[in-house]
Ligand binder design. Structure first.
Ligand code: NFS
Length: 655
């Protein structure tokens, strides 16, 4: 792990950290400084799966360990370092898959209520997408009403979770060659819940004790996330809330308003956020806010929920994962409304130091000390109204110590697969052709997905921004989601003007011609499924091989921290993508298992894991991989020609 020198590269974050220190408010940054990570757990060498342990099998200090010595280094039950590291890694995949998929399930439930007419506040916003989904899922369209079609779509999706055999429906969205490979290896998921349950079973004490076999099921569960739970979440959300299109908005703590009631929606599932976006505009509630002395109601988003409502409504983003407590430190937040995932318990302690009300809304995620206001999916509008009213009522309690950093950055987001298709090909000839052509001719060197969290063990946003800058400088078009996308946006990389300032000449030219930023914001973490779909669309458009593993493309999560990131990484790898993580690597306690992930996987899937905490070095590894793929495709020469053009152009510029 790289020792971090500064806490954040973001000025607004640093300003609020100073305020927190002055006011003696303890945040994640202080807790991280105080709590040293456990080195044995950190490398995946601690097994607490039974009560004979926890057993620790740290990496041998002695590099010349003999096989006999190695065999003696086991847990009480005899589990080897390999088994222990693989179990721990696989359990992260199970938890990550469960999180994304339980989110997907909730969305399907709301969609079903809508289709049955049991909730009047949601509707079908993207009819085209609904019909496409119906076709994909074998649901009859005919002359039926949209609601009838939607109900059948909901029922098919619902079954995907509990299916016991067969194959997940969206597996068919992958390139044919990839599907065949998965079938050959026996990793096609049957049902989402089944794969998670089986993985938990197989990693229980005394079950699967062959790391390669454990990882086959790990892969199956991860695929059930990327091509299952996450993809269902994205597709159904698009149907019900609209498929994102390019939207201009703003990001950073400076989007909070001193003279308004500030409501932050934080978490992941967009149903409540959608309603809050509508209700925060309600004239009666605004009047109510005015009666309390405020100028209005300012809704802003935090973490992945922020991505969801910003892409669909232009609602501004307050910040990413490591900024959640700092938003409260401004002293200007009346309510922090949370649902599930990436919500720090530390929020409640910070909220206690101010007037902020921390409101939990989901029965699956309560926080001791917080106020619980259950979100009722049958009556979403009423739930949203009640929450906003509670926030307004809290406005008069605001203290004197308000300071909002005067820092915010514009961004354009909303690059769904459909939007990219349209932007490149136009409404009637929507296609990825221009993208493929420009990859083939070398103006665009390749594609990179830079995604994932922030991590308090490394400089906030630092690795994301350094990596992305290195990539776009080298003509790699970046697709981004989650906290990574927010880091890029804050650094000014999500506006078309960034192309000229930060990109290599080939990528700059494309961005300027099409009018897009060099870093395309594709949404929240579940929307990594959009990256899979985009990669498949590139394959299908032709000229760049016949599988995702043939593409000059790579993935990365340079500041990862959550188990969801491991699930995402594993489905990227199993989909054929070279994937490099930063910060720390959780299997280093077993050289053999790490080798399995870093080497064997490439033979199996054409994609593999890698670990490189230095973000610029990691970007270089990604570029090396991209160049390797260009060479295999026989398009490396065209790239050389472009480089030659570049040199000529520089010479011309110098004259
Ligand atoms: Ni995804 Fe990481 Fe959380 Fe979103 Fe941010 S921390 S794995 S990016 S908010 S899920």
């Amino acid at each position: 792990m790289v020792e971090k020198e500064i806490k954040s590269i973001d000025a607004a974050t640093n300003e609020m950290l100073e305020k927190a220190a002055q006011e003696k408010v303890r945040t994640v940054f202080d807790r991280a400084a105080q709590m040293k990570p456990c080195p044995i757990g950190g490398e995946g060498s601690c097994c607490s799966n039974c009560a004979m342990g926890p057993c620790r099998v740290p990496l041998a200090k002695n590099k010349t360990e003999t096989p006999e010595e190695h065999a003696l280094r086991t847990g009480v039950c005899g589990a080897t370092a390999e088994t222990i590291a693989a179990r721990n890694f696989a359990r992260k995949i199970a938890a990550g898959t469960a999180s994304h998929s339980d989110h997907g399930r909730r969305v399907v439930e709301a969609f079903k209520l809508m289709a049955e007419g049991k909730t009047k506040d949601f509707a079908i916003k993207d009819e085209q997408k609904l019909l496409k989904l119906a076709l994909d899922l074998g649901v009859e369209i005919g002359n039926r009403k949209n609601e009838e079609i939607a109900l059948d779509v909901a029922k098919v999706c619902e079954k995907e979770f509990g299916k016991q055999d067969g194959e997940l429906a969206f597996i068919k969205n992958a390139p044919v060659k990839r599907q065949e490979l998965w079938r050959k290896l026996g990793v096609v998921p049957r049902g989402i819940d089944r794969e998670v349950v089986e993985l938990m079973h197989r990693t229980h004490m005394g079950v699967d004790q062959d790391y390669k076999n454990i990882m086959l099921q790990g892969t199956r569960a991860a695929l059930a996330d990327g091509w299952g739970g996450s993809m269902i979440a994205t597709e159904i959300q698009d149907c019900m809330f609209g498929t994102p299109t390019p939207t201009l908005s703003e990001i950073n703590l400076g989007v909070l308003k001193e003279d308004m009631v500030n409501v932050i929606i934080h978490g992941h599932e967009p149903a409540l956020a959608e309603m809050l976006a509508v209700e925060s505009q309600d004239p009666e509630l605004i009047k109510y806010a005015e009666s309390k002395g405020a100028k209005g109601i300012n809704l802003a988003g935090m973490c992945c929920t922020a991505n969801e409502i910003m892409m669909r409504h232009g609602v501004p983003i307050v910040g990413n994962y490591l900024q959640q407590e700092l938003a409260i430190v401004t002293g200007a937040v009346e309510a922090m409304v949370v649902d599930v995932q990436c919500i720090m318990q530390g929020l409640q302690e910070v909220a206690r130091c101010f007037h902020t009300k921390l409101i939990t809304t989901d029965e699956r995620a309560k926080i001791t000390g917080a106020t619980h206001m259950q979100f009722d999916e049958h009556n979403p509008r009423e739930s949203a109204k009640a929450i906003i009213k509670a926030a307004v009522d809290n406005y008069p309690n605001r203290g004197k110590n308000v300071r909002i950093p005067n820092i915010k950055t514009p961004l354009i987001a909303g690059f769904s697969h459909e939007t990219i298709n349209y932007l490149l090909g136009g409404l009637f000839r929507a296609s990825y052709r221009p993208l493929n052509d420009n990859i083939i001719n070398g103006r665009i060197r390749g594609l990179a997905g830079v995604v994932g969290c922030n991590n308090a063990r490394t400089t906030h946003d630092g690795a994301h921004v350094a990596m992305i800058k290195e990539l776009i400088k080298n003509d790699v078009l970046v697709l981004s989601t989650g906290c990574g996308a927010m880091a890029a946006a804050k650094a000014g990389l999500m506006v078309p003007e960034a192309a000229k300032q930060f990109c290599g000449p080939g990528l700059a030219e494309i961005c300027e011609t099409v009018g897009i930023p060099p870093v395309l914001h594709m949404g929240a973490c579940v929307d990594n499924s959009r990256i899979l779909i985009a990669a498949t669309a590139v394959v299908k458009d032709g000229g760049l091989g016949d599988d995702i593993s043939d593409l000059p493309a790579a993935g990365a999560a340079p500041e990862w921290m959550s188990e969801k990131a491991i699930a995402i990484g594993q489905y990227f790898v199993a989909s054929g993508m070279y994937t490099v993580f930063g910060t720390t690597w959780p299997t280093l306690g077993s050289g053999e298992f790490t080798n399995h992930l870093f080497k064997d996987m490439e033979e199996m899937y054409g994609g593999k894991w890698d670990f490189q905490p230095d973000p610029v070095q990691a970007a270089k590894l990604m570029i090396e991989h991209i160049d390797k793929k260009r060479k295999a495709l026989g398009i490396d020469k065209s790239r050389e020609r472009v480089l030659y053009d570049m040199a000529m152009r520089r010479e011309l510029d110098a004259v």
